[in-house]
Design a protein around this ligand. Sequence first.
Ligand code: GRF
Length: 201
Amino acid sequence: KRVGVLISGSGTNLQALIHGTQTSDTGAEIVLVISNKDNVEGLNRAARANIPTKIIRHKDYPNREDFDQALHNELVRSGVEIVCLAGFMRILTGQFTSKWKGKLINIHPALLPLFKGTHAQKQALDAGVRVSGCTVHFVEEAVDGGHIITQETVPIELNDTEETLTERIKQAEHKAFPRALEWVAKEKVKIGDDNKLVWKL
Ligand code: GRF
């Protein structure tokens, strides 16, 4: 399956997806990386792997609908079949998410449905939970909603800061995201007609 990855930053998850798809038979090939920001490290990672990149700046569009339409057009032009959100820091419109339903996956740095939204790691520390982790899920219009594909847990240490916990969660993300992409690419999990997940693991 042809995969497009949307990023806004450092792209360590993109790197894990590149590694996963290039080193084993995952049924997925990354054919396009789109960033909404210039000069981010994720673009360099894609370039080093010879993956085409495109910058689509949200600031160049008058509203979310037009920005999302530009993303959609570019993905379609490249024949993308599955889209991964890997640290993409824009909220997508329902118009976009419904067009990519069952083909659009996101990684979130907490065990959903806990700690949705931004600063999930700080939310976990503030709540005093003793484990956290990451979640890969199908994207629906509700932010950080949608069916859960896979999760990884990490312990929270007594001396953790937002930075140390973020780093530990990223290590977990780099295992979870390639696994989830493989399952979606090989249709081991999909959204069925009744809107429930269908598993063939
Ligand atoms: C990850 O923690 C991801 O969960 C969140 O944004 C971060 C992206 O990190 N949505 P990176 O750019 O992949 O290093």
